[in-house]
Design a protein around this ligand. Structure first.
Ligand code: ADP
Ligand code: MG
Length: 701
């Protein structure tokens, strides 16, 4: 047999043939023998054990019994024929019933011959029956049915109609596995197998399809999950090592005047332990001559801004420019403003570049960047444009990562050679497991500790029917000089209905809080940048007490005097979004509140989400819960979730295996970066043969 059989079309597998092969490809995307081997069952039925009739547990759904037929009899129930057999063993009897297609049964079954039956049991009191059982003579059973657990495969009606039944799958795969015994090769080194006590690959694949026992199924699953995650992490490590090798980075060795001065005289507060730790991690990156690619996770309000400022000072002290990329104009403005304040007595030029900067002003911004006159550029997407070039960009910071993707990072890379150091900051912490499988090539820093004196925002849930009491509460807060956010969901920016909700809401708020005693701002995505800014500024300057808005204020906005966040139709938001919104308050020293308004009737899932918000304030914990409720796809959006499609592994529950697989991958490449040692040959061979790893092969060939 050809050695390459495993990569051939399933058409050549015994028992499949051209027409079924075509159907399997169309219905299940199974093309090659390998695809078929990789098509794992989604559950199992136990064909390894036989039940004695009097020992069948009441909760057992499917059973297999050896016994004989005592009688075969046609009966009529409501004018319809059915076939009734009494089947017995030495402990009792069950009724076998056929409602249709039983001519062949009647003709071929023989009283007093030994059969093996298999099927779903029904109980009527103590009476047990099985409708349409699978029935085989003892001989034929021994020949045809492997005494194991049998995989149950997902299938389609069309396939079943063409004879591709569960039995068919089992038979084909059982035969195939025998044929492939010498072709399914180990792809992990023996030291990995030993260290993690994993069973061999062939054995695992056989037992994932047709487990000899429950224990072997567990072991096979663990082995195959490990393999899957190991190659995933190995890929990240190879990519990362390659990048580190090829790309040197700028060395920022000096601790210069700007940083020293800022640290001694201008730092408005003592840094938290975590802030110090992160700055240290980044300074180490700056010193080692490699390009930094780091993700900084820190809950809203954890103080990422000051960290970014201080590391930009290091860049400046070493003669380099920096940039900050923000997802919205509001945020870019805010960064620009706070940088200018913090650096007011420094000789540092900060410029702002957003979509609404006029062409004339752009020219001078471009010029100042090229000449090196500008030290820090703050902006939105506009700074990614090719026309924006720097004299020597040494550090690029991306704020609020989840709005930006890999493509944006790549654009920043191209703005200098070697590329600038990159720090991606996100306030939507993603669980470590997710970060590892998604940004496995980034280093990760976390700020978990909040600045001292923070009062946790009090979160409450109110039904729409209690609206009046909420308004009363708001009035009380405004009397105390506080400001209020009132957020409406705009799930789909183009939905007319959502806008109507927002405008209706705005009008009712204005009615409830009339001028001249109250001033209300409104901000939403359909307004021009200028109008938005105008309204935001009124709120920031305390000219208005209430800001009615959509989620455009979700990220980063900082108005410490605003202490109440009211979220309308909170049931329509995801946890991480609710948490982001809640993070807008609790930024000053006042007691802050987040009020989740919902409709009166909630689904169980919505209720769970709202309860979680009320009880959990830590963003990292919320992220874990969110992942469990919604799954990774929803959290990251469909685009990114493709990255996370594993056949067996589940990044929510298989954290331990993922950690082991990651450490193992790092360890192996540390000792053998190009995988050329003899013991790692199996891994090398896997990378050379698997089509998934084609892009990795170049790193080690
Ligand atoms: P985020 O991580 O959400 O970007 P910010 O950097 O905006 O958070 O910080 C939130 C608030 O906390 C700001 O008002 C900031 O001045 C303040 N802050 C940051 N670090 C500290 C600290 N170590 N001690 C006291 N206040 C701090
Ligand atoms: Mg921020």
């Amino acid at each position: 047999m050809n050695n390459d059989f495993i990569n051939q079309s399933i058409e050549f597998v015994k028992g499949i043939g051209p027409s079924r092969s075509k159907l399997l490809t169309e219905e299940l995307n199974i093309k090659t023998v390998k695809d078929l081997i990789d098509f794992y069952p989604y559950r199992y039925i136990d064909r390894s054990r036989f039940f004695k009739i009097n020992e069948i547990p009441k909760n057992q759904s499917e059973v297999q019994i050896i016994g004989k037929i005592r009688s075969i009899r046609r009966t009529k129930v409501k004018f319809r024929d059915r076939l009734n057999c009494v089947f017995y063993d030495d402990t009792g009897k069950v009724d076998l019933i056929w409602y249709r297609g039983f001519n062949w049964v009647e003709e071929s079954l023989k009283v007093n011959e030994e059969y093996v039956i298999y099927g779903k049991v029904n109980w009527f009191g103590t009476n047990c029956s099985i409708a349409h059982p699978e029935i085989k003579t003892r001989n034929s059973f021994n020949k045809n049915i492997p005494r194991r657990l049998h995989g149950v495969y997902s299938s389609t009606e069309k396939l079943v109609n063409e004879g591709v039944t569960q039995k068919y799958f089992v038979k084909i795969i059982f035969n195939l596995l025998n044929v492939l015994q010498n072709q399914i090769k180990e792809n992990l080194s023996s030291s990995i197998l030993n260290d993690f006590k994993l069973i061999g690959r062939y054995k695992a694949i056989v037992n994932i399809h047709l487990p000899e026992s429950q224990e072997l199924l567990t072991e096979s699953t663990r082995r195959l999950k490990f393999e899957e995650l190991f190659f995933n992490q190995l890929g990240f490590q190879l990519t990362k090592n390659d990048r580190i090798q090829k790309l040197s980075g700028f060395k920022f060795e000096k601790v210069g005047d700007n940083l020293n001065k800022f640290y001694k005289h201008n730092l408005p507060f003592e840094l938290t332990g975590d802030q110090k730790k992160v700055i240290k991690e980044i300074r180490n990156d700056f010193r080692d001559g490699k390009q930094m690619n780091r993700l900084l996770q820190g809950d809203v309000g954890s103080g990422k801004t000051i960290v970014s400022l201080m590391i930009m000072l290091i860049a400046i002290d070493n003669g380099f420019q920096s940039s900050i990329l923000a997802p919205t104009e509001i945020l870019a403005n805010q960064h620009y403003k706070s940088l200018n304040e913090l650096l007011s007595d420094f000789d540092i030029k900060v410029e702002l570049l957003t979509g609404s900067v006029k062409a004339k002003d752009r020219k001078s911004i471009h010029k100042n960047l090229l000449s090196g006159k500008t030290n820090i550029l703050v902006g939105t997407h506009a700074i990614l444009e090719d026309i924006v070039q720097f004299k020597n960009l040494g550090l690029s910071i991306i704020d609020e990562q989840h709005r930006f993707g890999v493509a944006q990072r790549a654009k920043l890379w191209k703005k200098n050679n070697p590329p600038p150091h990159i720090l991606v900051m996100t306030a939507t912490p993603i669980p470590r497991t997710l970060a590892m499988s998604l940004y496995g090539d980034l280093d990760i820093s976390s700020i978990k500790e909040l600045p001292p004196g923070r009062i946790t925002t009090k979160t409450v849930h109110k039904y729409d029917k209690n609206r009046l009491s909420v308004f009363k509460f708001i009035r009380g807060q405004i009397k105390k000089g506080r400001q209020i956010y009132l957020v409406y969901p705009l799930i789909n920016e183009s939905e007319k209905l959502d806008y109507k909700d927002l405008m209706d809401g705005y009008e009712s708020v204005v009615r409830e809080f009339p001028r001249p005693d109250y001033q209300v701002s409104i901000v939403h995505g359909k307004m021009s940048g200028k109008d938005k800014d105008f309204e935001m500024k009124r709120f920031i300057n305390k000219e208005t007490q209430i800001l009615v808005s959509t989620t455009v204020i979700e990220v980063g906005v900082n108005v410490p005097n605003a202490s109440v966040m009211v979220i309308e139709s909170a049931e329509r938001f995801g946890l991480s979004q609710l948490h982001q919104l809640r993070g807008r308050v609790g930024r000053g020293n006042e007691e802050s509140y987040c009020i989740l308004m919902t409709k009166d009737k909630l689904s169980e899932e919505s209720m769970l989400r709202i309860d979680t918000m009320v009880n959990v304030s830590d963003g990292f914990k919320l992220a874990e819960v969110d992942l469990k409720i919604r799954g990774p796809g929803d959290i990251l959006g469909t685009k990114q979730s493709g990255v996370l499609k594993f056949k067996l592994a589940d990044i929510i529950y298989d954290t331990k295996i993922l950690n082991n697989a990651r450490l193992c991958a790092i360890n192996i490449l540390e000792n053998d970066p190009r995988l050329i040692k003899k013991e790692n040959l199996p891994i090398r061979n896997e990378l050379s043969s698997s089509s998934n790893s084609k892009n990795l092969w170049r790193y080690i060939s």
